[in-house]
Write a protein that binds this ligand. Structure first.
Ligand code: ZN
Length: 569
């Protein structure tokens, strides 16, 4: 099936209201459905779904598009992945065309990891030793199943032989990170798969079974084209839905901690894969946070309450602030981790701990109150200088002033000085400028008319020059409309299939919010066409006047007069 045809067919078979209702509650209002937006925090619903147009749009954050856009945004997956998920769902075959070599080998790698994962799961079933170990760690059958936990025995090349038997070639096996020189990478370890955001196995963590061994307790499979340790979080696929529901994520250190938290009902728990969230690993941490930010900007850090844990908590504040997060910290009793704490004291006690989480200011007070409060304040202000969100920064300054008794304006002055010396030292700009698109009214109205009254498209194209559009987004959309129109194939649905995400978001708003006075369409359209043409010629006149070419100038002025006359008559 042709690609565009496939997109059409998927859309024919899946109703956008049905799809979105699987994720959020929709309320019928008039012709449309409304809901609180799943993509930004709000108290009154501005998320609108149109069953007749098969699109959605949020008037709060501007996100919008078709079923593919919704899935991409909600699941945080790529367009191709969204198409593939929905195709599968309605039983259509989808094989991305024009695959590059790297894509083919990526797909082979996914397949290999899936196969290896199933192999490890089977191995666990036949090892009493491994099963007993998991039992001793308090992990139940259900968690083993949910997290697809497996086992790699102590033998040298069982996995290698298994993969060979499944038809994978030596090259791929040996570059997979699971086998080196025909020898298995994981041996005598509990195997915990690491999943990407679509639920595919992309890596493994291995926990040593033999506690007397000198080998490292935990190891991760190597980075591959489908897996980057620095960017992944263990448990994110399992918890993404719950992170959204609870409005925050719990970050802890160990895989076992995450699994036990889920088992005890704390399903918004994740762990970084060996990347310490410290200033030294700021850039790596930022990549992890970018992944997380798709779901929440609130983090609850959970650390051991011993000295090392407290220090680690303090160190992670800077990257968190730098990443744009709002953070709280839970310090467990000395020598406990979430797993051991839950097993000893149960979920009620854990819940209680969470409810008493420390603010960053509390943490600083705890560390420095008895040592050297001034030093603590200074260090904290340095950390604060990395905050992107001015409101959050303001809150923390106020809290710092309240709790330390230091005058608020003195704290602000000191912070300003730190920010100033920082910015004069480095030219690095941490703030991403958000480009605000200004949209000329006549351009927007013309686009509105083109998509809601496609019979007028021909007329519009006769009268306008697409190059005259000032707004790049609208210009590009019009170029795409023209392409479809020239092939006699224009429909909003077909248009949505070839727009990029920014264009889709823009156009979904126009479609849902189409307030055009039917009686005035012709008048409206002509006014807009005229304005567009006038603006363009004014620009040319200005340019020519600068150069001083009298002859061209007088011609342009003549043209301008013609335009005014034509549309006023
Ligand atoms: Zn929104």
């Amino acid at each position: 099936m042709h690609y565009q045809q496939l997109l059409e067919e998927i859309k024919n078979r899946i109703d956008i209201v049905d799809l979105i209702t699987e994720y959020i509650d929709l309320q019928k209002t008039g012709q449309n459905y409304k809901s609180l937006c799943p993509f930004h925090a709000e108290k009154t619903p501005s998320f609108v779904v149109s069953p007749s147009k098969q699109i959605f749009h949020c008037f709060g954050c501007g996100k919008g598009g078709d079923i593919f856009t919704f899935l991409m945004e909600y699941e945080k997956i790529s367009f191709i992945e969204a198409v593939s998920m929905l195709a599968k769902r309605v039983g259509l075959e989808f094989k991305p065309v024009n695959k590059s070599m790297s894509q083919i080998s990526k797909e082979k790698l996914y397949e290999l990891y899936e196969t290896a994962s199933n192999y490890y799961i089977e191995q666990l079933k036949s090892s009493e030793k491994a099963k007993n170990y998991l039992k001793s760690r308090g992990i139940n059958e259900k968690s083993i199943e949910i997290f697809k936990i497996g086992y790699a025995s102590g033998e040298k090349n069982l996995l290698y032989t298994f993969l060979k038997g499944k038809g994978f070639d030596d090259n791929l096996i040996n570059s997979s990170g699971l086998v080196n020189n025909n020898n298995d990478f994981f041996r005598n370890r509990i195997i915990i798969p690491i999943l990407d955001l679509t639920g595919r196995v992309v890596g493994f963590g291995g926990r040593l079974l033999d506690s007397t061994s000198q080998l490292p307790k935990y190891i991760n499979s190597q980075d591959t084209p489908i897996f980057k340790k620095g960017e992944n979080l263990f448990g994110l696929w399992h918890s993404k839905q719950y992170i959204r529901e609870k409005g925050y994520v719990m970050i802890m250190e160990g895989y076992m901690d995450v699994i036990l938290c889920h088992q005890y009902g704390f399903k918004n728990a994740v762990a970084p894969l060996g990347t310490a969230l410290t200033q030294e690993q700021l850039e790596k941490a930022k990549r992890i946070f970018n992944n997380l930010k798709k779901f929440t900007n609130r983090i609850l850090l959970i650390f051991d309450g011993d000295e090392a844990g407290v220090l680690a908590a303090q160190k992670s504040l800077l990257p968190l602030f730098y990443g744009g997060f709002i953070a709280k910290i839970v310090l467990l009793p000395d020598k406990e981790d979430p797993a051991s704490f839950l097993q000893k004291y149960g979920e009620k006690a854990f819940k209680n701990l969470i409810s008493k989480a420390l603010s960053p200011v509390d943490l600083i007070m705890k560390i420095y109150l008895e040592k050297n409060l001034n030093e603590g304040i200074h260090k904290f202000l340095i950390i604060l200088s990395y905050i992107e969100d001015p409101i959050y920064c303001d809150e923390l300054i106020r809290e710092l002033s309240e709790k330390t008794g230091v005058n608020e304006s003195a704290l602000r002055d000191q912070l300003k000085r730190i920010v100033y010396s920082k910015s004069s030292k480095s030219h690095k700009n941490y703030n991403n400028d958000i480009k605000i698109l200004s949209v000329p009214k006549e351009e927007e109205i013309l686009l509105r008319i083109a998509i809601s009254h496609s019979e007028k498209i021909n007329y519009i194209f006769q009268k306008i020059n697409i190059e005259d559009f000032e707004n790049e987004l609208i210009k590009n959309i019009f170029l795409k409309i023209e392409k479809l129109h020239n092939h006699g194939q224009f429909s909003t649905n077909k248009l949505l299939n070839i727009l990029n995400e920014a264009e889709k978001a823009f156009i979904s708003k126009l479609i849902i919010n189409s307030q055009i006075d039917e009686d005035l369409i012709i008048q409206n359209m002509n006014d807009c066409i005229k304005n567009l043409a006038l603006k363009s010629i004014d620009k040319k006149i200005k340019k020519t006047a600068k150069i001083g070419d009298e002859k061209i100038l007088s011609e342009l002025i003549k043209m301008k007069k013609t335009i005014m006359r034509n549309y006023n008559g």
